[in-house]
Design a protein around this ligand. Structure first.
Ligand SMILES: *Cc1c(COP(=O)(O)O)cnc(C)c1O
Length: 426
């Protein structure tokens, strides 16, 4: 069978159902083409993409510059492994470390691998630099976190589905309430073996849970005071999504020069993935300064594909596009407009309780019980009306279009969303 033989969406869904593991519950949209903010299904129906592959496609689908960098590199050399050098990796590392203002970068492929990498660096730093007795290091994490799907990472999840029957679990994590500085202060006081704090600046999967503006700067300050590494998982929030280069930039408008801003909560370990490649290729990375990164020596960590020339070429172009097309400013301006429009709608709505988020990472909270199917049903109706979005935990729908969206398109989407929600008014 060939891909050309797939003539209908149902046929594609049936194939996946029969031959693939059932580890996802997708909306029944079968996409075969993407360009900018749009995707098309097998039948040729056009949609606005309001998920952007969980914020991987910030630069828009099939961005010609990113595709160009990828195909050009793919025709030259794709994989050398790190047993040898390649002529692209160092150029990318120089570019990305200057872009984010860190001394060094460690390249991986997926987000979960980058989180694992940060955890490993943090523990090694704790034993070799901070002097915590070996195997005693603890890492603080937060309720309702999402950091990926590896055995270690799901060990500190409190999502039943992600965790249950995958034990035994990796020890060494302490879970506390999110957006609660007092809990962090307390645990740092009580436990002297804490090596790091791993945090999402906004909890995307938990439903775009956006903490108070003071929270992340307070976490950073407490980490500093206690000689604990501040590890920011910016896999979903980073790279212009929230209207700044990184969500830890807060609300400054410095376009990658956050180090000069008082509001910047600079991470000790910055974790990136998703939009680092604009969704063209799996690329992730951890960035840190020398005195932390130097704990990793040859043979102690790696990945066959990590830092391959295609990944390096793609990521460099993807970051350049973010800067050239001023995607952070666009996300900031259009995000404000989006929330303003939806807030007007909510004033008289019985079906939506709340809109929250920052930049173009937003969500609405549906006025129905957590276990009702209302959010799913709304997403199905949005699909009919030409817009793709997906429910997150509880009765919450995330809205995260590619950041290349323009004002006219955004207002068109707002009217699709309003029209659809009206069908569900009680
Ligand atoms: C998506 C995501 C991950 C995991 O990335 P994968 O590439 O799916 O492994 C980790 N942390 C956050 C915050 C994410 O959104």
């Amino acid at each position: 069978m060939r891909v050309e033989d797939v003539k209908s969406s149902q046929q594609a869904i049936d194939l996946e159902h029969k031959h693939g593991a059932h580890n996802y519950h997708p909306l029944p949209a079968v996409l075969k083409k993407g360009e900018g903010v749009y995707v098309w299904d097998v039948e040729g129906k056009k949609y606005y993409d309001f998920l952007s592959a969980y914020s991987a496609v910030n630069q828009g689908h099939c961005h010609p510059r990113i595709v160009g960098a990828m195909t050009q590199q793919a025709e030259t050399i794709t994989l050398t492994s790190r047993a040898f050098h390649n002529n692209v990796l160092g150029v990318f590392e120089k570019y990305a470390t200057e872009y984010f203002n860190f001394d060094k970068l460690l390249p991986m492929n997926t987000g979960a691998e980058a989180v694992e990498t940060a955890i490993k660096i943090c523990r090694k730093w704790a034993y070799e630099k901070k002097g915590i007795p070996e195997t005693e290091a603890q890492i603080v994490v937060f309720e309702n976190n999402f950091h990926g799907r590896t055995t270690t990472i799901i060990s500190f999840s409190n999502d039943e589905g992600a965790r249950k029957n995958f034990g035994p679990y990796t020890p060494g994590f302490i879970k506390i309430a999110y957006d609660d500085t007092a809990s962090l202060e307390k645990v740092l006081q009580e436990n002297k073996n804490i090596a790091g704090v791993l945090i999402e600046p906004i909890q995307g999967e938990a439903g775009v849970y956006t903490p108070q503006d003071s929270f992340i700067p307070e976490v950073k300050k407490l980490c500093n005071e206690n000689n604990v590494l501040f590890m920011a998982d910016e896999i979903q929030t980073g790279i212009a999504r929230t209207g700044a280069l990184l969500a830890v930039c807060g609300k400054c408008d410095c376009q990658g020069h956050c180090e000069r801003q008082a509001t910047y909560s600079r991470p000790d370990l910055l974790i990136l993935g998703k939009a680092l490649s604009g969704g063209a290729y799996p690329v992730s990375a951890v960035l840190a300064d020398d005195e932390i990164m130097e704990v990793i020596q040859p043979g102690q960590h790696g990945s066959t594909f990590g830092g391959n020339p295609v990944a390096a070429a793609v990521a460099m172009e993807a970051l350049e596009v973010v800067k050239d097309e001023k995607l952070a400013q666009n996300a900031r301006a259009l995000g404000e407009l989006f929330r303003e429009e939806l807030n007007k709608f909510i004033e008289t709505s019985t079906i939506v309780n709340l809109v929250r988020g920052r930049g173009l990472l937003n969500a609405i909270v549906i006025n129905d019980s957590e276990d009702s199917s209302t959010a799913w049903d709304i997403c199905m109706a949005l699909k009919e009306n030409g817009l793709l979005a997906k429910p997150t935990h509880g009765n919450i729908i995330r809205f995260a279009p590619p950041l290349v969206i323009n004002k006219e398109q955004l207002l068109d989407c707002v009217s699709i969303i309003k029209k659809t929600l009206k069908q569900f008014e009680k």
